[in-house]
Ligand binder design. Sequence first.
Ligand SMILES: Nc1ncnc2c1ncn2[C@@H]1O[C@H](COP(=O)(O)OP(=O)(O)OP(=O)(O)O)[C@@H](O)[C@H]1O
Length: 526
Amino acid sequence: MLNFDNRFVRELPGDTELRNQPRQVCAACWSPVTPTPVAAPTLLAHSREVAADLDLDDRDMASAEMLAALSGNRLLPGMVSYASCYGGHQFGQWAGQLGDGRAILLGEAVNRRGQRFELQLKGAGPTPYARRADGRAVLRSSIREFLCSEAMHHLGVPTTRALSLVGSGESVVRDMFYDGHPIAEPGAVVCRVAPSFTRFGHFELLAARGEHALLQRLVDFTIARDFPALLVAPGEKLAVWFREVCERTARLMAHWLRVGFVHGVMNTDNMSILGLTIDYGPYGWVDNFDPAWTPNTTDASSRRYCFARQPEIARWNLERLADALAPLLPKPPMAEKAARSAELAAALEHYDEVYSAEFCTAFAGKLGLRSWTPADGELLGELFEVMRLAEIDMTEFFRQLAQLDIDQPDAEVLRESFYREDLRQRFAPDLARWLARYSARLRHDGQPAERRIAAMNQVNPRYVLRNYLAQQAIERAEQGDTQTIHELLEVLRRPYQEQPGRAEFSARRPDWARHKAGCSMLSCSS
Ligand SMILES: Nc1ncnc2c1ncn2[C@@H]1O[C@H](COP(=O)(O)OP(=O)(O)OP(=O)(O)O)[C@@H](O)[C@H]1O
């Protein structure tokens, strides 16, 4: 039922040692490893769209063989299992070898249309990269990864996908939430799917070890397998490819800002070479608009990975990738002094340009403008300031903004986007002034209201995976009730459409969730 063509292990060198013990793995891109079986797997949910991409129907998904494969209990014909080797910069520091410590690849499925997808189990047991950890994942973080991958896809944000969420029937011990005391939680395995799970860190590790021949092989392989449409003359290959990576990353950052997504751990090992959102750990969705907000408790003081800094951090990460690739280019002339070649530097500048352009396009769309001028940048900046000070809900505000009567602007249509009545009253004059200027701008733009509203509703979601919604789904699932997971999966399939009877899934964060763990801040424990 699935066809495999496993190029990664066929074309790139693997680890020659077979023991599954934590260790440094050199001169190899992957290590063979078998998933550790789980006691009592149950399929808690699956994405029918991802299944369809793999030519799998509901019957296939319900089969015992599939459950065995998706829990790591048995391989299907054609599958090979391995963990890949990468390093990374974590919180700005080089961390050395990291690797797939609890992710196990199952090979590359090729569908009837010739599309290629790597399948990867997260939480399927330890690998040589597990260091001292257990290779497992808790149900709570697996639900968050499963739902958010699919929600992001339906929002139009590039992302790795999730085929399945399997409860393992085993418990996993983590020290989370409750005063740091270790507690046993239910475990789970998610099957992730993406054309490639290659990260910036794969290249960085080879460069850091001086394994330049293998680095060149990995670059050639990645371009050939993952960027088949890239047209390049042989001499320019590396720079043209890096420019493409910069461009995709820039587009991704504009998307994250558009929908109010904060990744939480933008280390270089969590940066996808395809410009996909990867690793749904302590991520969060912006409720009250705050550029400095980070959902990750580990980052609460430095706020390195807060909402508004993400584009800047993505550039820093691209610079680390450029550093890793630089040894593959002819040495720059002494006069240039810089370690980086002119081509790589130009690609980084391209990142800045593409990001700026994409950001303007995204926010022009959110505001219902057909074009963007520097004055619109000022208008948006003023809005952001009012939204921040008045603690306005980002998703609710932009969705409701389309309802504004631009001939008689009245902030009443935005009432529901305020969390606090006192702040609503205090900032009412500022908001009214802004709405008047904004309405004048729209009248000047001259687009018929119906068309503007329809266009705004296509880019301003009604439904996002608010932090407290995911937490509710988790708490119910931990009691054995998976209905909320299914409801959320269904609602988040059509995030831009009004769905009658689904108001509970668009409501802004309730008061009880404001400081509750899981609903506002999260630790990395997963
Ligand atoms: N429970 C665990 N067992 C083994 N390795 C782990 C575990 N949790 C995290 N790691 C490893 O720690 C490193 C950094 O962790 P991070 O939280 O970014 O990863 P993750 O959430 O496991 O994975 P991914 O980036 O694949 O989604 C990675 O090498 C990861 O494989």
